[in-house]
Design a binder for this molecule. Structure first.
Ligand code: UD1
Length: 420
């Protein structure tokens, strides 16, 4: 198993190129199941989750040619419709194949993903919506068994809660359904927007893209022709490196990024004292020498992303004063707190609210990554810690950060990947 060794207290300087968004790539790869042609996807991040989904599609019979930052996926040869436990257990987002396979083949089995480190994460809303579209669903032997022999039918769906992969799954199911599907309380994340835009450009009319009400006009099971496209930049990776600039008080420029996807993140960094220069494809952070405390509540897009909560918690340990961070999306997303405390952070937890008393001088320690974003919080803390930090179990980090140590090394961090 690999671990990361980081020497702290070094300032950074330079430019980091942001990769394509993991969370956009996953539904867009699943979307290829709806295509009659082989689909060329560009700007794909080189991260473990993408390889996991491509492996799942290959196991189902698709042909996936993955070359550095692009992939060509041909699902014409896909005949198997069961996503087995061995893959789904490693990545919950495997559930994204349920909607497309069911709508194309009229049946699908996907292993139930189960809980994960950050909370229960049920898929009840995906299943309820598919049932409304006419699917018969059974849970048997740990699997969701879905069938719709005569195809799915468009209907009105109102999500009880905003769900990102739930919205993506139902949009894809609706794309080949018969008739019109309306989704109310749809997720508005840029990753969902890109999925809708590509489908729309491929002949599936979708109205209300980027709003909470989506209307999808299905093709009655006719497969679609999807032209080559490029994945949007990863806003969470970009936000993480902006926090890297703020915490080390270093000027950093991020290229291949879209500031308009980072509104809430940039607003909070501004409240903490940073200023920015923004161009169409780049963001430069000019950090403040004194970091101000902050109040954050995680919300669905365009609110402050839960996927940036851990990184801001690390940053808040370096603020002069008390910050309050409230997690509203996932019930157990503070696993990084105890590891940060071991590095000297003063954080008290009360339910879903963390109170961070800054500024603490952190010191390097052996710490354990517990989930994807928690891992990047530990990297940020290590960058400003006295001495050496060893971050273990970085397979979590490898799920979603493309070439993290090369990118940080490129701007002057002392970071090495080692074997346990
Ligand atoms: C996606 C992102 C993840 C991000 C999360 C919230 C991907 C691959 N992952 O996860 O990085 O942290 O959005 O922005 O895009 N819920 C239910 N029932 C359901 C579905 C969801 O109760 O059927 C609840 C969840 O437990 C959670 C909330 O709804 O409390 C939002 O979850 P959801 O948006 O579905 O998260 P994911 O799509 O899994």
């Amino acid at each position: 198993m690999d671990y990361l060794q980081i020497e702290g207290i070094k300032s950074l300087n330079g430019t980091i190129k942001i990769s394509g968004a993991k969370n956009a790539s996953l539904p867009l790869i699943a979307m290829t199941i709806l295509a009659k042609n082989s689909v060329n996807i560009k700007n794909l991040p080189n991260v473990a989750d993408i390889k996991t989904l491509l492996k799942l599609l290959s196991n189902l019979g698709a042909k996936c040619d993955f070359l550095e930052d692009r992939v060509v996926v041909d699902t014409a040869t896909l005949t198997e419709t069961k996503a087995t436990y061995d893959i789904v257990k490693t990545m919950r987002a495997s559930i994204l194949v349920l909607g497309p396979i069911l709508t194309r083949f009229g049946h699908c089995e996907v292993s139930l993903p189960g809980g994960c480190a950050i909370g229960q994460r049920p898929i009840d809303l995906h299943l309820k919506a598919l049932e409304q579209m006419g699917a018969k669903i059974k849970i048997k032997a740990g699997y969701v068994q879905a069938s719709a022999p005569n195809g799915l039918k468009g209907c009105n769906i109102i999500f009880d809660k905003i769900t990102v992969t739930g919205t993506a799954n139902i949009v894809m199911a609706a794309a080949l359904a018969t008739g019109k599907t309306t989704i109310t309380n749809a997720a508005r994340e840029p990753e969902v927007v890109q999925l809708c835009e590509i489908l729309n450009a491929s002949g599936v009319t979708i109205e209300g893209i980027g709003t909470a009400i989506l209307t999808i006009y299905g093709t009655s099971q006719e497969l679609i022709n999807i032209k080559e496209f490029s994945i949007i930049p990863d806003r969470i990776e970009a936000g993480t490196y902006l926090c890297g600039g703020a915490i080390t008080k270093s000027e950093l420029t991020l290229e291949n990024t879209k500031a308009e996807h980072l509104g809430a993140v940039i607003a909070k960094l501004e409240e903490m004292g940073s200023t920015f220069k923004i161009t169409k494809n780049s963001i430069t952070i000019y950090p403040s020498q004194v970091i101000k405390p902050v109040k954050i509540i995680t919300q669905e897009y365009p609110g402050f992303p839960t996927d940036m909560q851990a990184q801001f918690l690390a940053l808040a340990t370096q603020a002069d004063g008390t910050s309050i961070i409230e997690e509203r999306l996932f019930e157990n997303r503070f696993m990084h707190v105890s590891e940060l405390q071991r590095m000297g952070a003063e954080i008290s937890l009360n339910g879903n609210v963390a109170t961070v008393s800054g500024k603490s001088q952190l010191s390097g320690a052996d710490v354990m990554a517990t989930d994807l974003r928690a891992s990047s919080a530990l990297v940020l803390a290590a960058l400003v810690s006295e001495g050496t930090t060893n971050i273990h179990r970085i397979y979590h980090l490898d799920r979603g950060y493309d070439s993290l140590e090369q990118k940080l090394k490129g701007v002057g961090a002392k970071i090495t990947r080692l074997k346990e």
